[in-house]
Design a protein around this ligand. Structure first.
Ligand code: B16
Ligand code: MG
Length: 214
């Protein structure tokens, strides 16, 4: 059985992808090109600056800006995104998230966050789930992006739990790959067809068989 649960944030506990989309779309509008929901799929789980590079590639503007200008564009996008997440509350937690966190806590399972987002603490705070986390690893503390296992290894290290005793909940292929690279159990959340790297896939957190793993 597993001693620790590591959670991705966007797409697992909350759906912040819609706010990332709106904020990136406003930037694309400003730059004069179209950015669709389908394009947005490519940004899930990807860091802020890597997302900007993908966005500029979609607009065929990848060679148009200096690094300093790109920093400024990313920061404008982030200001818009932060304005959206400031309005979030617990009603935006995904199906089964609160119940699972509560159940794990009751069982004495250690809980950590493993997210690429630099805004993770604010999102946990707005949705009222900060107190469930024994450790937080986010975009402020990692240097290597998923599929590198750093984000999850750091979480396990902070909790003093061996990697093999950790189960990871992830909605992205890169994140599942990161979990596997750390020799952790990789539980996919979403459509099985899209998550081929997972050890097992559930549609949402409500369907997790807690007894089986913890
Ligand atoms: P920020 P996760 C990721 O969160 C998002 O999926 C991704 O779309 C976003 O670009 C990234 O965080 C960075 O977010 O701009 O807030 O630092 O899925 O790793 O929880
Ligand atoms: Mg995610």
């Amino acid at each position: 059985k597993y001693q620790c649960a590591l959670f991705d944030l966007d797409g697992v506990l909350v759906d912040t992808a819609k706010y990332h989309y709106l904020a990136w779309k406003e930037l694309a509008d400003q730059l004069g090109f179209d950015f669709t929901l389908q394009h947005n799929e490519r940004l899930k789980g990807v860091s802020r600056m890597a997302s900007l590079d993908i966005l500029l590639e979609i607009g065929q503007m990848q060679d148009r800006f200096t690094e300093a200008e790109k920093e400024k564009l990313a920061s404008e996008k982030n200001d818009r995104y932060v304005a959206y997440i400031h309005k979030m509350d617990a009603s935006e937690l995904l199906d089964g998230a609160l119940e699972l966190l509560h159940e794990l806590r009751q069982r004495g399972i250690q809980i950590a966050l493993g997210s690429a987002s630099k805004n993770a603490p604010l999102i946990l705070d707005r949705t009222g789930i900060s107190s469930y986390f024994d450790a937080i690893v986010d975009g402020n503390s990692v240097s290597k992006a998923k599929p590198d296992p750093e984000v999850f290894k750091l979480g396990a290290d902070k909790l003093n739990v061996p990697y093999r005793a950790c189960a990871v909940f992830e909605d992205s292929q890169a994140g599942l790959e990161a979990a596997k690279a750390a020799e952790m159990l990789a539980i996919g959340i979403g459509e099985a067809g899209n998550l081929t790297q997972a050890d097992i896939v559930y549609r949402n957190l409500k369907e997790i068989e807690v007894d089986k793993y913890f």
